[in-house]
Design a protein around this ligand. Structure first.
Ligand code: ADP
Ligand code: MG
Length: 245
């Protein structure tokens, strides 16, 4: 049975059909790559699955439960995680919550309470960091970490909710090939260990061919091909639209 079942999903912005009736499935334990040129509708698709955007039409079933119409927080609770960039962790708070955090950090009494609550979670946090190979660096400030290590921490944060499905929009953007491979190998290992599914977008075809179990190709909001990477590589439509030949 599929974990995620997307049927005839659509979203327009003004006159632009950003996503135009796409359907696909995702099984537990599967790493599915979503590829396509800029503006193909990849991020819009992601944001409909995580609830940041409401679909105009179609259905998104997670374990048989409809996600369309649910709030991001509910969808997160149902088991859809996503990686946030560390800097964006605070961007996910509201404006007033950000100011509250600042106030909290200056209130010594409240801060002590927060510290106690946080200490309680430390073992759990260390176990998650261990899974991404970052336990030894647990007490260093994030600001001094190498870029690839920051990405590992982001993955640990996303794992905190034990998601059934993890969404990663361009996880390897800005990384050197070696770091990319190491992050994707780690992601693959987490998929295997946890039986989780991953939907990710990726520009590097090397990464897609090396790590994706299956891929779907979008162009101008339409799904033009799907299958195993080696089946897709020589697909004439894909060659034309994506590889520009
Ligand atoms: P991708 O992630 O594949 O590059 P997007 O999903 O970001 O593509 O965008 C698909 C199309 O929808 C593009 O034409 C883009 O300009 C348009 N689009 C995306 N988000 C918005 C928005 N919030 N408002 C208006 N147009 C948007
Ligand atoms: Mg995008």
């Amino acid at each position: 049975m599929s974990l995620l079942k997307v049927t005839e999903l659509g979203k327009s912005f003004g006159g632009v059909k950003a996503v135009d009736g796409i359907s696909f499935d995702l099984a537990p334990g599967e790493l599915l790559a979503l590829i396509g040129p800029n503006g193909a509708g990849k991020s819009t698709t992601f944001n409909m699955v995580n609830g940041q955007l409401k679909a105009d039409r179609g259905s998104i079933l997670l374990d048989g439960q409809e996600l369309v119409g649910r709030k991001p927080r509910e969808i997160w609770r149902l088991g859809v995680g996503r990686t946030f960039q560390i800097a964006e962790t605070f961007a996910s708070l509201t404006v007033v919550e950000n100011v509250q955090m600042a106030l909290l950090s200056h209130d010594h009494k409240l801060f002590a309470t927060w510290r106690r609550a946080a200490d309680h979670k430390r073992e759990q946090a260390l176990a998650l960091l261990d899974q991404v190979g970052m336990k030894a660096q647990a007490d260093r400030p994030c600001s001094v970490l190498a870029y690839g290590d920051v990405k590992r921490v982001e993955l640990a944060i996303a794992m905190a909710n034990s998601p059934k499905l993890l969404l990663m929009d361009e996880p390897t953007a800005g990384m050197a090939p070696k770091e990319r491979n190491s992050l994707m190998a780690l992601t693959k290992q987490l998929v295997i260990d946890r039986g989780m599914a991953v939907l990710f977008t990726e520009h590097s075809m090397d990464v897609v061919f090396a790590y994706a179990d299956r891929m779907i190709v979008l162009a101008r909001g339409r799904l033009i091909a799907q299958g195993k990477p080696l089946e897709i590589r020589d697909h004439p439509k894909v060659q034309e639209v994506y590889f520009g030949s």
